[in-house]
Design a protein around this ligand. Structure first.
Ligand SMILES: [Fe+2]
Ligand SMILES: [Fe+2]
Length: 152
């Protein structure tokens, strides 16, 4: 039971580590380009993902496993605001699907604490997905008029 659940928790941790690096990189790029408002939002989301990575690591350690340190993917740089949001929507949709599936698998393994962790993370990822989707909708509908509001 434990090895399988540790594997799931570590896969989730890889995704979190990737999201952290990706959102931090976007935060720096956006701040640099003057889009501080969106930059700050990404900074806050990156901090939430750091807490997720920590929570997963604590559970992995409790179960006798070793938390992974390598992110799941490469950070993308130099994207337009619309493309950057599309990229983040993909990341969050992936996490939502993964955590739904993994919560179910943890229950099947009889580990309800790990299931609860996935459910808690899932609620945050749904919120991130909603935020990114809403921002992309504004960008697509309003274009530069909206993008100007992100300047800070
Ligand atoms: Fe997360
Ligand atoms: Fe997220």
């Amino acid at each position: 039971m434990k090895e399988k659940v540790v594997g799931l928790l570590n896969e989730a941790r890889e995704q979190e580590l990737h999201a952290i690096s990706q959102y931090m990189a976007q935060h720096y790029e956006l701040e640099d380009q003057g889009y501080g408002k969106l930059g700050k939002q990404l900074k806050q989301i990156a901090i939430t993902e750091m807490k997720h990575a920590e929570e997963l690591a604590e559970r992995i350690l409790f179960l006798g496993g070793s938390p992974v340190t390598k992110p799941a993917g490469e950070v993308k740089k130099g994207l337009s605001i619309a493309d950057l949001l599309k990229n983040d929507i993909q990341l969050e949709s992936g996490a939502v699907k993964m955590y739904n599936d993994y919560a179910k698998l943890c229950a099947e393994e009889g580990d309800h604490i790990s299931k609860g962790i996935f459910e808690k993370l899932l609620a945050d990822e749904e919120e991130h997905l909603d935020d990114f989707q809403m921002t992309l909708d504004h960008v697509e509908k309003l274009g530069d008029v909206f993008i100007t509001t992100l300047i800070e």
